[in-house]
Design a protein around this ligand. Structure first.
Ligand code: PLP
Length: 399
C-alpha cells in the first residue's frame, strides 16, 4: 500500500521522471559516454578485443596506482578473481570466512572443494570478529578470507596476528572496498592479496569485471598465468589455468569510470549526509557511519532497524517497495542458510548469533549518481511517515 504521493516533478539528471523507473540499490554509475565510444572505436580499429590488450594494461596500471599497490591483475569478474587467488595461494581443507557476505565468497571455496567455515561477525562493524575466527580454527584450516563489508576495513591487524600464529594464509574479499583505506593505507595492501569486483552494481564498474591486488611479485606472476590458461608465450602452457581474462571493452569502461570516480564519491557522500541528517532522530533507526579520516566510497547506505523500533525491518522494506523504491535486505539470511550450505552444515547457525541479528535488521538504501537530493528526501519521508503512522504520534514527527 502506498503511503505518500511522490511529487511528479522529481527528476533524475534533469531528464527521466524520477519514479518511472524503480529506485534500485546499485544503479550503475557510468562515466563519460563520449569517451567510452571513442575508446570503443579505437578497440575496433586495432581489432585487439581481448588477451591482455593495451586498454587492460593501462587499466591495471591505473588501478594499481590508485590503490598504491604493486600489482593489479584484472579479471573477467570478482568471483573468478577470488577463485584464482584462492588457488594461487594453495588454500585447501577449510578456510574461515564470514557468513554475512555475498554468496560468492563461499562459492569460490566450495567450487574448488574447499570447505567454507563460517565465523561470526562483530555486531557493530559487521566484519569478522577475530575471537570468533579463533574458535573456528581446526587442524584442517589453511586460510582466512576477511571481507571489507560496505567498504569498511576488516580488523586486518588482529586477523594477521591470528594467521601468523597459526600458520594460515590471509586474504581479503575487497569487492566493496574500491578506493577505500584502512588506518591510512589503501585497500589492496593487506593480507597476501585482496580481490576487487567491478560488477555493474558496485561503486566502480567495468560492466562485469574484477581484479586481484597484491604486492607479491611471484603471486602476481602465477595469477597472470592462471587467468590465461597457463600460457607462457604463444604455444607453451606451463601452469594449470582457466579463462579469467578481462576484455578490452570492459577495460575501456574502467578507464572512463576512473575519470569519473571523484564525482561518484561526491554524490554518494552527499546522499549519505542527507540520509544521516534526516534519519538521525527516529527512535530505533540508525545509519552505519564511516570514519571520515579514511578514504571511503560511501557506496552503501546501511540502515539498521532495532528490535524496539515501532516498525519492523520488513515493514519498512515493504513500504518502500510499494513506492517503487527498491531498498534491499542484504546478505539475508546469511550464506550458511542458503541451500548449498544449510544442507552441508545444518548447525552452523549455532555459532552465528550476531550474523542472524545483523542480517535481520539491515536495509540498504538507494544512492549513487542517479539519485538527486529530492529523491533521497522522498525515501527518507516514506520511512518517517511509516514510523509516525505506527507510533500513533504522527504529529510528533516533523515532516
Ligand atoms: C559482488 C561481490 C562478489 C562477486 O563479484 P562479481 O564481480 O559479481 O563476481 C564477491 N564478494 C562480495 C562481497 C561481493 O559483494
Amino acid at each position: 500500500m502506498k503511503i505518500i504521493e511522490i511529487p511528479k516533478d522529481l527528476a533524475i539528471n534533469g531528464a527521466d521522471p524520477a519514479f518511472d523507473q524503480p529506485l534500485h540499490v546499485g544503479r550503475p554509475n557510468i562515466g563519460s559516454r563520449e569517451d567510452f565510444l571513442k575508446y570503443a572505436g579505437e578497440i575496433f580499429d586495432r581489432r585487439w578485443l581481448s588477451n591482455n590488450g593495451p586498454m587492460v594494461q593501462e587499466f591495471e596500471q591505473r588501478v594499481a596506482n590508485y590503490h598504491n599497490v604493486k600489482h593489479c591483475i584484472a579479471m573477467c569478474n570478482g568471483t573468478v578473481a577470488l577463485e584464482i587467488a584462492i588457488r594461487a595461494l594453495g588454500l585447501e581443507g577449510e578456510v574461515i570466512i564470514p557468513s554475512y557476505t555475498f554468496i560468492a565468497t563461499a562459492h569460490a571455496l566450495h567450487w574448488q572443494a574447499i570447505t567454507p567455515v563460517f565465523a561470526d561477525i562483530d555486531p557493530v562493524t559487521h566484519t569478522l570478529d577475530p575471537e570468533a575466527v579463533c574458535r573456528m580454527i581446526t587442524l584442517r584450516t589453511t586460510g582466512i578470507i576477511g571481507v571489507h563489508l560496505w567498504g569498511r576495513g576488516s580488523p586486518v591487524e588482529a586477523l594477521q596476528e591470528i594467521a601468523d600464529e597459526h600458520g594460515l594464509k590471509l586474504m581479503f574479499d575487497a569487492a566493496h572496498a574500491f578506493g577505500c583505506s584502512h588506518k591510512g593505507t589503501m585497500i589492496g595492501n593487506f593480507g597476501v592479496c585482496e580481490v576487487l569486483s567491478f560488477h555493474a552494481t558496485k561503486f566502480f564498474n567495468t560492466f562485469e569485471g574484477g581484479a586481484v591486488l597484491t604486492n607479491n611479485d611471484e603471486l602476481a606472476e602465477t595469477m597472470r598465468l592462471m587467468r590465461n590458461f597457463g600460457f607462457s608465450g604463444m604455444d607453451n602452457v606451463i601452469h594449470p589455468g582457466t579463462n579469467g581474462k578481462m576484455i578490452e571493452v570492459a577495460a575501456a569502461m574502467g578507464l572512463v569510470n576512473l575519470d569519473a570516480i571523484d564525482n561518484v564519491i561526491e554524490a554518494n557522500y552527499r546522499n549519505y549526509q542527507i540520509y544521516q541528517k534526516e534519519l538521525s532522530n527516529l527512535p530505533g533507526i540508525s545509519l552505519l557511519t564511516f570514519d571520515e579520516s579514511e578514504h571511503n566510497n560511501y557506496q552503501y547506505v546501511v540502515m539498521e532497524v532495532a528490535g524496539d523500533c515501532v516498525v519492523t525491518r520488513d515493514q519498512i522494506i515493504e513500504a518502500l517497495h510499494a513506492e517503487n523504491i527498491l531498498a534491499r535486505k542484504y546478505f539475508w539470511p546469511g550464506c550458511h542458510n542458503m541451500k548449498p550450505y544449510s544442507e552441508l552444515y545444518p548447525h552452523a547457525g549455532l555459532m552465528l548469533e550476531n550474523t542472524r541479528q545483523v542480517a535481520g535488521r539491515v536495509v540498504v538504501l538507494p544512492t549513487g549518481t542517479t539519485q538527486n537530493k529530492g529523491m533521497i528526501r522522498v525515501v527518507v519521508q516514506v520511512i518517517r511517515v511509516l514510523c509516525g503512522l505506527h507510533s500513533g504520534a504522527k504529529k510528533a514527527i516533523d515532516l
